[in-house]
Design a protein around this ligand. Structure first.
Ligand code: ADP
Length: 404
């Protein structure tokens, strides 16, 4: 059974074709610059590659090209689309409407579109992609939606309510939703798989550190708190997003710089984070580490501030869960930046965290326990795989036979 996993943004459509028999990736690619011009990059498991500059006025043309490349020519991997058992889509915002993975109907697509107010950059694009996908796959092929927010729907009200008038929640649905749920769910489940332990009774802090970063407190396998909020802007300092700050800063700077709130939000989303803090050096930790190693003081402070915020949240979630058993690092930075993991875990002996530096140093992208044998808390690097979890969810909810 082959499942197509789709991650659609407003101008891009990333995809993976996964063989569920052995969960291997048959092909993956990206349709970029939708609505601008267009380019498809497609790679197969056996090293064939296809790249074409094309015209993608909408998501429909991108899907049509994807079907063409997968079924015809030198990089084809299937004879026709009927070989694909189901399509699983990543959806950013499910709000309180979608608490779990769901089979797509026309009503579901409208509901996802209806939540665009809460996720303007993403949800409308997802709805466009769902409608476009329907046009190119056989009518009998089910589509499934997996929500970034769904894993966090187990948070209690004390964690998701903001200290604001109740009407803001009641009328405008202002609350913490959290994101990266599929990643936090994947790595916590993976921890259970590799150690053979049940997640019942365990307090896990999962740190997804990438361009967008978030931390989740996972108790008994369920999300009980997370750093991102109504939008992915809250919480950690990120590549270009500010994370937590005093909301009064917005009015203060709008008045001083004669900016609109939208302009200010653009600064907080795209020009802040480690990119902004470092005075524009980079949002990429490889560049920041290189600059710090050359003695750049602002780069050093930026890296310290990033790690300090992560460490503070690990501490606060330990208090929230009344204990800590496991810390997981994942995401581009969590998996590949030993210096960042070291910076976070330094001076955390009080919480029972002790890294084995001989294992952590130089470790990139490999599932490994990096805590010292006498560390009370286990610390792991667990590479995330959101696409695989979307495919597994899709297989489960459709009831299809993975060996078919
Ligand atoms: P996204 O949120 O876009 O999915 P990723 O999880 O792919 O982001 O993380 C991308 C980030 O990971 C890069 O911007 C970079 O900061 C960091 N990164 C990737 N590889 C390395 C590396 N070898 N060393 C340090 N940082 C790395």
């Amino acid at each position: 059974m082959k499942i197509l996993v789709v991650n659609a943004g407003s101008s891009s459509l990333k995809y993976q074709l996964i063989d569920m028999k052995d969960e291997s990736v048959i092909a993956k690619g990206n349709c970029e610059r939708i609505g601008i011009d267009g380019k498809i990059t497609h790679k197969t498991f056996d090293g064939r590659e296809y790249v074409e500059e094309c015209s993608f006025p909408t998501h429909t043309e991108a899907f049509e090209k994807l079907v063409e490349v997968m079924t015809k020519g030198d990089a084809a991997v299937i004879k026709d689309m009927s070989e694909i058992g189901a399509v699983g889509h990543r959806i950013v915002q499910g709000a309180e409407v979608f608490t779990k993975t769901t089979i797509v109907t026309d009503e579901v697509i409208d509901q996802i579109d209806g939540l665009a107010d809460l996720a303007p950059v993403h949800n409308h694009a997802h709805a466009l992609a769902l409608r476009a996908c329907k046009k190119v796959i056989p009518e009998t092929t089910p589509q499934v939606v997996v929500f970034d927010t769904a894993f966090h729907q187990t948070m209690p009200p004390k964690a998701y309510m903001f200290g604001m008038p109740y009407e803001c929640y009641e009328q405008f649905h202002v609350r913490k939703y959290g994101f990266h749920g599929t990643s936090h769910r994947f790595v916590s489940m993976k921890y259970g798989e590799v150690t053979g332990k049940s997640l019942e009774g365990l307090n896990i802090v999962s740190c997804h550190l990438g361009n967008g970063s978030s931390i989740t407190a996972i108790k008994d396998g369920k999300s009980v708190d997370t750093t991102m909020g109504l939008t992915p802007l809250e919480g950690l300092i990120m590549g270009t997003r500010s994370g937590d700050l005093d909301p009064a800063i917005i009015e203060y700077l709008c008045n001083h710089e004669n900016l609109t709130v939208s302009e200010m939000l653009n600064i907080l989303n795209k020009k802040s984070g480690v990119l902004g803090m470092s005075g524009g050096i980079s949002s990429d930790f490889r560049d920041l580490n290189a600059a710090a190693n050359e003695g750049n003081e602002i780069a050093k402070v930026t890296l310290e501030a990033y790690a300090y915020r992560v460490a503070k949240y690990i501490g606060s979630y330990t208090a929230a869960m009344n204990g800590l058993d496991v810390v997981i690092f994942t995401g581009g930075i969590g998996e590949n930046a030993p210096e960042v993991r070291k910076g976070v875990c330094e001076n955390m002996e009080y919480l029972g965290i002790k890294l084995d530096n001989s294992v952590n140093d130089g470790l990139k992208g490999k599932l490994t326990k990096i805590s010292a044998p006498d560390s009370k808390v286990e610390v792991w690097v667990i590479p995330t795989n959101e696409e695989l979890l979307i495919a597994r969810d899709t297989l489960e909810i459709t009831g299809l036979d993975k060996n078919a």
